[in-house]
Design a protein. Structure first.
Length: 457
């Protein structure tokens, strides 16, 4: 095989091979909250396990890898020992394997130092998991960080081969804290940014956490009267660049009925937070309920939709219950709504759930929704240690006393240790038996809210 074209692409993708001072991520100074975890795992030189960063399209996986490269180089990693490769590079005229990338060793390589491979979109490589398993087992001086968009491919290989061989980290859209950091002036804290610039929470709910759109400033537009040209363009790109490509490109080769899958996806995003009823969706799509359930499974594997199971004390009952389906990011809710201004409640719930998911991984904890037989509901129920915490979400700015009484009653019937209500106002009230927490405070520190701690400014 003629390796010269591949070598030229590698030279272009790794400019530090030519100039040790080259940094590809210098235009992206703000790091994601996941970045320290990636760096920490890579620098465990004695630990062979690889790192797989899984996330939907356009959430910043490539930038995270390039920032990892910059940080490792700045920390003293020999430039020739660091290789970045993007398997989706349009210049590739034939399939390339990780083994071929690894075989091309640049001049200046230091064999007594660890070698780091940063592999972007590894899910495009057939049988990538077999190669990674063998590489991790065979090479003691090798550290691998890989990313993938199509979770079904990542997880199909990760379930068995990955046991003890790689850690899976999740990268989603920006948290609100990360959104503030991108909008901060140099040296400014996120609290100072939030105090200085009005409308940031509304912008976050409207455009969501996809980094490409985090700096869009639509003016009054969506917040007061009608869609601006800027917001309309953001929503179009979210629909086409992210959702359509994830479905048509990632799922197109699975043999599914893509047009009906696309219609199901649009419905589920628009009704984010609704209970999924396969027979009803099957009638709408003129399909078999079993097919609809399979389509839902494939759609959740794009990581643009997230299941939330119903809480039951008995695990078997949970398996038989109907899940709620949420948009993974509030920006998707806006993008697929006929009129985004009518979707505030769904944007709220989507944003809260997005911030609860990493909390459940970090604490650790579990999260469900609750619906009693009499129809009373709690949006989110979190189990942390031996406690149940009920979280209700209201987008309104004023909470009526009867809403608090009903929530208290529902929580008591559930057996919740603590209840809290996240609302659309600007002021929190922690002095009540059911604390009222303003959405920005919750999003800035959801773990503190779940634990019952008051966030420090």
């Amino acid at each position: 095989m003629n390796t010269e074209p591949l070598r030229e692409i590698l030279q272009d993708q790794n400019p530090w091979w030519r100039s040790a001072d080259a940094r590809r991520a210098s235009i992206y100074p703000v790091r994601r909250e996941l970045q320290p975890q990636v760096i920490e795992r890579v620098r465990r030189w004695a630990d062979r396990r690889a790192v797989i960063v899984v996330g939907p399209r356009q959430v910043g996986k490539t930038v995270l890898l390039l920032q990892t490269a910059d940080d490792l180089l700045s920390a003293g990693c020999p430039p020739a020992n660091l290789t970045y490769f993007d398997f989706s590079d349009d210049r590739l005229l034939a399939d390339v394997t990780p083994r071929q990338v690894m075989a091309l060793v640049p001049e200046g390589f230091e064999p007594d130092q660890p070698r780091v491979l940063l592999l972007d979109e590894i899910n495009l490589v057939p049988r990538w998991d077999r190669w990674l398993k063998q590489a991790v087992d065979a090479a003691s001086g090798l550290r691998v960080v890989a990313t993938g968009s199509a979770a079904s491919w990542i997880r199909s290989g990760g379930k068995e081969s990955g046991q003890g061989r790689w850690d899976e980290l999740h990268l989603e859209g920006l948290t609100f804290r990360e959104f503030l950091a991108l909008n901060s002036a140099p040296g400014e804290s996120t609290q100072e940014t939030f105090s200085r610039e009005r409308g940031l929470i509304e912008r976050y709910l409207a455009v969501g956490g996809f980094p490409e759109h985090a700096l869009v400033r639509p003016g009054p537009g969506l917040l007061e009267h009608a869609l601006t040209v800027e917001l309309s363009e953001v929503f179009r790109r979210l629909r086409e660049d992210i959702a359509d490509r994830a479905i048509r490109r990632d799922l197109g080769r699975t043999g599914l009925d893509i047009e009906r899958v696309r219609k199901l996806f649009a419905y589920l995003i628009e009704s984010s937070g609704a209970i999924f009823k396969a027979p009803e969706r099957a009638r709408d799509l003129d399909a078999d309920p079993r097919s609809v359930r399979e389509w839902l499974e494939r759609l959740t594997e794009t990581l643009l939709l997230v299941r939330l199971e119903r809480y039951h004390k008995r695990a078997a009952a949970r398996l038989r219950s109907q899940p709620k389906i949420y948009a993974a990011d509030p920006g998707l809710v806006s993008a697929f709504a006929p009129d985004p201004r009518t979707q505030r409640a769904r944007q709220f719930e989507s944003a809260v759930f997005r911030h609860l998911r990493p909390v459940t991984r970090e604490l650790p904890a579990e999260v469900w929704y609750h619906r009693a037989e009499d129809g009373l509901e709690i949006d989110f129920v979190v189990r942390i240690e031996d406690q149940l915490v009920g979280i209700e979400v209201k987008s309104s700015t004023r909470i009526r006393p009867e809403e608090i009484r009903l929530l208290r009653q529902t929580g008591s019937a559930l057996g919740a240790s603590r209840m809290l209500l996240v609302h659309g106002g600007t002021v929190s009230d922690h002095g009540l038996d059911v604390p009222l927490i303003a959405l920005p405070e919750f999003l800035l520190d959801p773990a503190a809210a779940v634990r019952g701690e008051r966030r420090q400014p």
